[in-house]
Design a protein around this ligand. Structure first.
Ligand code: PEP
Length: 253
């Protein structure tokens, strides 16, 4: 059975004090309220990784992730974060290729391919983000666009390594805008992604890969999105900053 994952992306929010308070709240609520079949992940700024990992360490279905990772192992890359550093904090996930990183930091599909490979080698679970802009969707090129992202960043992996990757489909027009993809639009793209993975890696592998939806997911729309057969969870920005909302989304299964 595919893993059901509800991951929160804090982005560049929360001081140390506020971040630790949020992480403690989420962890306590998750223990009391969330099914053990659902994995919750808090993708925090780098400074929070280690203390948040200490808060979640005894809770099996709550994990910690970074928001970005270098494709280099170590060295003179000021301000970057190496896979080994992330692992050493106790975090086990890493977001790779978020649209904000692609847009503001010009990350390329090839760079992201290198990062995914390195993350897997180091034992981290990559949350690989893909998704089209509004212009691309309006030009009806979204399927082709996302397929190219998958092909250029993931298709060099072995089938065994591919199974270790989680994909997040995040239409850029739905991120932080309050506009959510309809459940039909999400299902259509998730199925298309799964078919594309099946074409490259075989149906059995494709069936094992969790594909999350991201883009203005909140408690009021989570149930309908998560009910789609190929939607295996969510990557949540804004609503992950409020413990009650984030946990309510995880309870929407
Ligand atoms: C995101 O940043 O990945 C995201 C989905 O943000 P939001 O939920 O705020 O749209």
């Amino acid at each position: 059975m595919r893993k059901r994952i509800i991951a929160g992306n804090w982005k560049m929010n929360k001081t140390m004090e506020d971040g630790l308070a949020l992480a403690s709240k989420v962890t306590n609520m998750a223990v009391d309220e969330v099914s053990s079949d659902v994995t919750m992940v808090m993708c925090t700024p780098a400074i929070h990784l280690s203390p948040v990992a200490s808060i979640t360490k005894d809770v099996t279905n709550v994990s910690v992730g970074a928001q970005n990772m270098s494709e280099h192992e170590s060295g003179a890359y000021t301000g970057d974060l190496a896979a080994d550093m992330i692992v050493s904090t106790g975090a086990s996930f890493v977001i790779i290729g978020h649209s904000e990183r692609r847009e503001y930091h010009f990350e390329t599909n090839q760079q992201l391919a290198d990062r995914v490979k390195l993350a897997v080698t180091k034992g981290l679970t990559p949350l690989f983000c893909c998704g089209e802009s509004l212009d691309t969707r309006e030009a009806n090129d979204h399927v082709n666009y996302v397929n190219t992202q998958l092909k250029e960043s993931l298709f060099d992996l072995s089938a065994e390594d591919m199974k270790k990757v989680v994909i997040a489909y995040e239409p850029i027009w739905a991120i932080g805008t309050g506009v959510t993809a309809s459940s039909d639009q999400a299902q259509e793209m998730h199925l298309s992604i799964r078919n594309s993975l099946a074409g490259q890696f075989g149906q059995e592998v494709a069936n094992e890969i969790s594909i999350l939806y991201g883009g203005s997911m909140k408690p009021s729309n989570a149930q309908e999105l998560l009910a789609q057969p190929d939607v295996d969870g969510g990557l949540i920005g804004g609503a992950s900053l409020k413990a009650r909302d984030f946990v309510d989304i995880a309870k929407s299964y």
